[in-house]
Design a protein around this ligand. Structure first.
Ligand SMILES: *[C@@H]1O[C@H](CO)[C@@H](O)[C@H](O)[C@H]1NC(C)=O
Ligand SMILES: *[C@@H]1O[C@H](CO)[C@@H](O)[C@H](O)[C@H]1NC(C)=O
Ligand SMILES: *[C@@H]1O[C@H](CO)[C@@H](O)[C@H](O)[C@H]1NC(C)=O
Ligand SMILES: *[C@@H]1O[C@H](CO)[C@@H](O)[C@H](O)[C@H]1NC(C)=O
Ligand SMILES: *[C@@H]1O[C@H](CO)[C@@H](O)[C@H](O)[C@H]1NC(C)=O
Ligand SMILES: *[C@@H]1O[C@H](CO)[C@@H](O)[C@H](O)[C@H]1NC(C)=O
Ligand SMILES: *[C@@H]1O[C@H](CO)[C@@H](O)[C@H](O)[C@H]1NC(C)=O
Length: 918
């Protein structure tokens, strides 16, 4: 406890030296810095509490994000920080993007005295986060968290809370049961005129003396504001030129407001910590860490055809799943999540998603091969569910013996693959009977295309040899998988593919697919091995169906070569395990009062340079890595386009590529691991390409069950004008309507509206992935947008449960703590509310037991005297949190009298302690 308190103090000291409240990528002192520092402080505190409860030490080996991750997971082995970094980026990007998507919305920034509306965004957003986590929709929860933090932080910069002399955050902003009070009336003048634009205190004495809350007016497009009101201030605020001139924004530190700016940053940081603490109380320590991306990397995701001929394949999928679950249990390679989606004809789903290996075992055991017969089935529908349900960058394996029937989903799947960066691999075991029946309808080519687009494998094997091919699933089920190289050639040709192996690599595996393959492998030390040598000096070759899997014996570092000597089509892929990797997003710059970068949720625009934000990660953090080259490379061609690399203030890299390859490309990164002075190379797997079409859509709230939700979207093109075909799909089968075409002129744009109506029985917290596609005349060009929307019921229970301490027993001595225990009794009630959903130990390593008596939960916490402090959190069904904290003081008397506190003392204590409960 003491340690975390210190961490927070240190953090606040750090933050206050920075400028703040501008968005991502600004001069480096941003909303993202405030959010990032507070998120890391809270994660550290929760990691400590979890380690204490599990009776292990928590000692990061250094200050990097990666070292925090390892210490928090309690593992010493190689762990990739990519998932953690990705989760943090999902929060940070949405945190910054509020300045673009809601630039002119007063409530998102607490401008224009929109206090009730701003608070409402925070309360609704926080309820959505809690409901999303309860339904395991972590990405939606992260994105909402990022936006809510922005609004919460802006309160301290844009209102006069600081000027009113407040030294702590305004609790009412995150308390559903309290409202914002004493807001200055719309008629009430609040500021005096400031001709210079930079005055230290413009607020009128009447405002300060009456403790009235006000905020600056922001005029992006007009200088109008109510008479006598303060402005936000700054060059982009037109209202600041109108009397009273100037502004009260504390966004940036300037000479006239540096103290106020520092106070605003500190209060915004503290307020963010309180919000995180509230969310943590509602979802518990374990889920809080998962929300923050602290989880083992591996995810096991299967999509399985359950039609009549699939019995052997299902048995094999089950064998592999059991094998991975049983052999990796307790290691860093144990999957943190399991996904299973069965499909048949015409049924598919449901999506089964669990963190419990026993549930996965039981679900996969329940699968039975039946029905379907000769007709192909709903493979792509099932794949859609797995792509939207699995965390991003998952490896998804599809087992089937027939081509898909639902080929209309092909473009949607491609969009989802690009958006999630997940890889999809197919095990195709064509049965003769079915192959004949479907030959005319469609072919397996769809699967080959999707595997290539996602960086996965398409493996065609007889049913009898499937078990020899599934080793690739075990290969990817690790905590630190990286791709070194992936290329595809059709038609094949003689070509040599160089690739660098570095010191950090282990378990390097080469996969080559195609028929009649001939190749030679050359190591940096000049040793060679041909494809005909199964057990050679360089590795062991396993051959099954169209797949050759080569496990390298050692890890000779330096430049390797695969020399392909075949004219048949082939793919080459080199993977291994290493903590050195990077994550990336294509981004676009946005202007406005707070400029920054936003992730593009479709294909980047043709005609302007492509920009990417890269985050490096390695065992010792990005500081231990040096970047030499970042390029966009064609997987199926030869073009390599180098980018220029700029270092951003937060350590991320901004890469600008002027001449982007015309076809599908991936990202290649080369650099040096400074720790070992070893050169490395990494490549991404998801193929991307440019488009002249863009689709923009912004959802500004969650959906209500049973009510129509309208979403505007805009299609813009620099390509051919004409009728653009619009397709929209969602993964939850929610009824939707939208225009089937939009007329877009070349160089112009058009707007359409999608209406979604979630059924009234939709569970609160459900997230819906909506994919919108626009395709130009003749199918020449297209683009897509992917949005995650949440369904949230109206929250009417606003009061948190009440936890009161009713008794404390025991006396503790620090000198002999392990030989004695103490206990705490509490009564927990939820008044008129939705009722207690759960009670958990937030901090403390004791045991909690409970009895329910009518409306009261009577709880007893029992702990060793070595663990003297406890925080219990009680959560109601909508996520309101009530807490009890207690700190057992060490006694001073002789051990003789330590039996228990006499009755009169415990009653006295009860009176004293009532104030402790929240
Ligand atoms: C990686 O290699 C090590 C030793 O070479 C081995 O023990 C381990 O099982 C391998 N991991 C995988 C996933 O193959
Ligand atoms: C790209 O950069 C690499 C490394 O700096 C360099 O070797 C290569 O020649 C460059 N390629 C082009 C086309 O400029
Ligand atoms: C259209 O072209 C302009 C200028 O070349 C560019 O700024 C814009 O991003 C392009 N838009 C699309 C949708 O490609
Ligand atoms: C959607 O567009 C229509 C027509 O332009 C507009 O009236 C409406 O306010 C827009 N809705 C939202 C939520 O922006
Ligand atoms: C705690 O709850 C129990 C059961 O309702 C009740 O009998 C008891 O009086 C309560 N204690 C206090 C101090 O409120
Ligand atoms: C319960 O609800 C009623 C009516 O909504 C209200 O008057 C009463 O104060 C509430 N009681 C508690 C303990 O919240
Ligand atoms: C908590 O429960 C565990 C298992 O039942 C037991 O071993 C331990 O002694 C208990 N701790 C305390 C402080 O009662």
């Amino acid at each position: 406890m003491v340690k975390s308190a210190l961490a927070v103090v240190a953090l606040l000291a750090l933050v206050s030296r920075l400028q703040a409240f501008v968005s991502v990528g600004g001069s480096g002192n941003t909303h993202v810095t405030i959010t990032g520092n507070t998120v890391m402080a809270k994660i550290t505190e929760v990691c400590e509490a979890v380690a204490e409860a599990e009776g292990r030490e928590f000692k990061p080996t250094g200050s990097s994000v990666e070292e925090l991750l390892r210490a928090c997971l309690g593992t010493t082995g190689e762990v990739s920080g990519a998932k953690f970094r990705t989760a943090l980026n999902q929060i940070y990007m949405q945190n910054g993007i509020v300045d673009r998507d809601f630039m002119n919305s007063p409530s998102h920034h607490f401008n224009n005295e929109a206090f009730a509306e701003g608070r409402n965004l925070i309360i609704q957003g926080t309820a959505a986060i809690k409901a999303n986590v309860r339904s395991d929709n972590l990405q939606s929860a992260r994105e909402t968290l990022g936006r809510v933090c922005h609004t919460l932080q802006d309160f301290y910069s844009h209102s006069n809370w600081v000027e009113l002399g407040n030294k702590s955050p305004y609790a009412n902003l995150i308390r559903p049961d309290l409202n914002v009070e004493n807001i200055a009336d719309v008629e009430m003048p609040t500021c005096s005129d400031c001709a210079s634009g930079t005055c230290t205190n413009q607020l009128l004495p009447a405002v300060l003396n009456g403790k009235f809350l006000t905020s600056g007016y922001m005029g992006l497009f007009s200088s109008d504001k109510p008479q006598g009101k303060c402005s936000h201030g700054g060059a982009s605020d037109l209202s600041s030129s109108q009397n009273p001139r100037g502004g009260i924004s504390k966004d940036e530190r300037q000479s006239h407001n540096s103290n106020q700016h520092n106070s605003a940053v500190n209060l915004a940081s503290e307020a963010t910590l309180e919000l995180l603490e509230d969310i943590r109380g509602a979802i518990g320590n374990k889920d809080f860490l998962r929300l923050m991306g602290i989880a083992r990397s591996a995810v096991l995701a299967f999509v399985i055809d359950t039609t009549g001929s699939m019995a052997d394949d299902i048995a094999e999928a089950k064998r592999v799943a059991y094998n991975i679950i049983d052999t990796k249990k307790g290691t860093q390679d144990e999957p943190s999540e399991y996904i299973l989606v069965p499909f048949n004809d015409p049924k598919f789903g449901p999506l089964i998603r669990t963190t419990n290996p026993d549930v996965m075992k039981s679900e996969i055991s329940k699968l039975k091969a039946e029905g379907g017969g000769d007709i192909p089935e709903m493979c792509l529908s099932a794949l859609q569910l797995s792509l939207t349900g699995a965390p991003s960058s998952s490896h998804i394996y599809v087992f089937t013996d027939a081509p898909p029937k639902d080929t209309h989903l092909e473009k949607t799947i491609t969009a989802l693959i690009r958006s999630t960066k997940s890889t999809v691999s197919f095990f195709m075991t064509p049965s003769k009977r079915r192959r004949r029946a479907v030959a005319a309808a469609s072919t397996f080519q769809v699967y080959y295309d999707m595997a290539l687009a996602s960086g996965g494998q398409a493996i065609e094997v007889p049913k009898s040899s499937l078990s020899q091919a599934t080793d690739i699933i075990v290969d990817t089920s690790t905590s630190a998988l990286v791709t070194i190289l992936q290329r595809s050639r059709s038609p094949g040709r003689k070509e040599s593919f160089p690739f660098l192996l570095d010191k950090s690599m282990s378990n390097t595996t080469i996969y080559i697919t195609g028929s009649s393959l001939t190749f030679n492998l050359h190591s940096p030390s000049g040793v060679s091995q041909s494809n005909s040598v199964v057990n050679g000096p360089l590795g062991t070759i396993h051959r099954v169906g169209n797949l050759q899997r080569i496990q390298l014996n050692g890890s000779d570092t330096g430049l390797w070569q695969i020399e392909m000597t075949t004219t048949q089509p082939y793919t080459v892929k080199v993977t291994g395990q290493s903590a050195i990797t990077f994550i990336y997003d294509f981004v676009e710059e946005f202007k406005g009062p707070h400029p920054g970068f936003a992730v593009i949720d479709g294909r980047p625009s043709a005609g302007s340079p492509a920009k990417l934000l890269l985050t490096l990660t390695g065992e010792k953090g990005p500081e231990a890595l040096e970047v030499h080259q970042v390029a966009l490379v064609e997987v199926s061609g030869e073009k390599v386009s180098n980018g220029t690399v700029d270092k951003m203030a937060d350590g991320d890299l901004l890469v600008t590529v002027k001449e982007v390859p015309g076809g599908e490309f991936v990202v290649l990164l080369k650099g040096k691991d400074k720790t070992y002075s070893s050169l490395f190379q990494r490549q991404t797997t998801t193929q991307m390409s440019l488009s002249k079409v863009t689709i923009k859509a912004v959802a500004d709230s969650s959906m209500l069950p049973g009510e129509v939700f309208k979403l505007n979207f805009t299609v813009t093109t620099n390509g051919t004008g004409g009728a653009y075909t619009i397709r929209a799909r969602n993964d939850k089968n929610i009824p939707m309507s939208h225009p089937s075409t939009l007329n877009v002129a070349s160089g112009g744009s058009a707007q359409g509206t999608i209406s979604l109506t979630p059924p009234s029985a939709t569970l609160s917290g459900t997230d819906v992935t909506l994919t919108i596609e626009a395709e130009g005349p003749g199918g020449a060009d297209s683009n897509y947008a992917v949005l995650r929307l949440s369904v949230l019921s109206k929250v009417t229970d606003l009061t948190p449960p009440k936890c009161s301490i009713v008794d404390v027993q025991g006396v503790c001595y620090a000198s002999a703590c392990s030989s004695s225990n103490w206990e705490l009794s509490v009564n927990i009630t939820d008044g008129n509310g939705t009722g207690i959903q759960s009670i958990s130990i937030q901090q403390g390593s004791g045991n909690f037991t409970q009895k329910v008596a009518e409306d009261v939960v009577m709880g007893r916490y029992e702990a060793s005297c070595c663990s003297t402090s406890v925080t219990l959190s009680a959560v109601d069904k909508v996520g309101n949190v009530g807490r009890c904290s207690y700190n057992m003081k060490s006694g001073t008397g002789p051990r003789l009298f330590t039996m228990s506190i006499p009755l009169w003392a415990s009653l006295l204590l009860y009176v004293v302690l009532r104030d402790v409960s929240l």
